[in-house]
Design a protein around this ligand. Structure first.
Ligand SMILES: [Fe+2]
Length: 345
């Protein structure tokens, strides 16, 4: 297996490739470095087979969308990843093949609901769940310190002690660690119970990453233009949430809510289908087409997307336009399908 870290900075991007077939994957590519990656791939005569984001990044624009557009590469993320540009969704237990190289997907939520680790036999790419002498923050929307503890102790720490660990970030100039070393010495988690870890994470006040808004929302939506006005984080925090079962019950009532789906057309009729009777307006068109929805301004509206992230943005946009009773379908069509509620395709 060919292996290299490409950025030599705080954000890590890894190249893994099969020597025989020259098929390569980039893990967590950074948008500002895309030209360098393409030049390096050409120089090494590698074929970019896959770009993989270990999770939706909040601190830098992903290079995955651009690389997918410029090459024939698959864009692989966990099934709870919100971005519509993803071409292949994976879950824990899946494998990603690059010629003879096999990456096993471990589902490791906690830093975010869509976090995965990739295990390649002698090494594991841990994203932002397990860092070198640290762990990723769990205080962003969808983060959960308890689940993070379970992912680290129940999945990553069950790998052999000599497994090399390559995280998505390091802020102290380290390049790798091992599972054994982190089990022994990681100051956040070694020797702590789940409750102690949750209390520790709650006690740390992390500064918000610079430009989180400008970074996170394009990474979640694949909308990266100057026209789109995203609501700010405080507005998003106010969006009222309903889970799939609650929406299911409301739809059977005498006066059901209006259901607005904000995914792309191909998702609406794709694998997850849509809620019967729902109306499609993709998020990128919502601000321009909100006039079409004026009839629903006073009544209850439930906004729907793949995993509940784009729809939270859409709900905040509608609230900003004066819609009074807007709710978000928490967990989106992923949860809706998991609950076996009715879909149309
Ligand atoms: Fe992250």
């Amino acid at each position: 297996m060919l292996f290299r870290e490409l950025n030599r900075g705080k954000c890590k991007t890894y190249l893994v490739a099969c020597e025989r077939t020259r098929r390569a994957a980039l893990i967590d590519p950074v948008k500002t470095q895309v030209e360098r990656y393409l030049a390096m791939l050409a120089y090494e005569r590698l074929i970019l087979d896959a770009v993989i984001d270990t999770h939706t990044h909040a601190d830098h624009p992903t290079g995955s969308f651009l690389l997918k557009d410029l090459t024939d590469a698959r864009l692989i993320m966990h099934r709870r990843a919100p971005a519509p540009a993803v071409t292949h969704h994976v879950e824990g237990g899946d494998t990603i093949m690059l010629g003879d190289v096999k990456l096993e997907v471990l589902y490791t939520p906690g830093h975010s609901p869509d976090s995965i680790a990739l295990y390649a036999g002698d090494r594991v790419f841990t994203g932002d769940v397990l860092l070198i002498g640290g762990t990723g923050r769990a205080d962003f929307a969808g983060g959960d310190a308890g689940r993070q503890y379970d992912s680290i102790t129940g999945k990553l720490f069950t790998l052999p002690d000599d497994t090399l660990v390559f995280p998505a970030h390091d802020y102290r100039g380290n390049t790798f660690t091992t599972i054994g070393a982190e089990k022994q010495q990681n100051p956040r988690i070694a020797g702590r119970t789940r409750e102690e870890y949750i209390a520790l994470m709650a006690s740390i006040s992390f500064p918000l990453p610079e430009k989180i808004q400008e970074v996170l929302q394009p990474n979640q939506t694949a909308i990266d233009d100057d026209k789109t006005k995203f609501p700010d984080l405080t507005q998003l925090n106010h969006v009222r949430q309903l889970n799939a079962d609650e929406v299911g019950v409301q739809l059977k009532a005498a006066s059901p809510p209006f259901v607005l789906d904000v995914r792309e057309q191909q998702e609406f009729t794709g694998e997850l289908g849509h809620i019967p009777g729902s109306t499609l307006i993709p998020l990128r068109e919502l601000a321009d087409r909100a006039r079409e929805l004026l009839a629903h301004k006073m009544g209850p509206t439930v906004v729907v997307c793949r995993s509940g992230v784009r729809s939270t943005t859409a709900a905040a946009i509608l609230e900003g336009l004066g819609f009074e009773h807007v709710y978000n379908l928490q967990g989106g069509m992923v949860d809706w399908n998991d609950r076996k509620l009715p879909v149309e395709r």
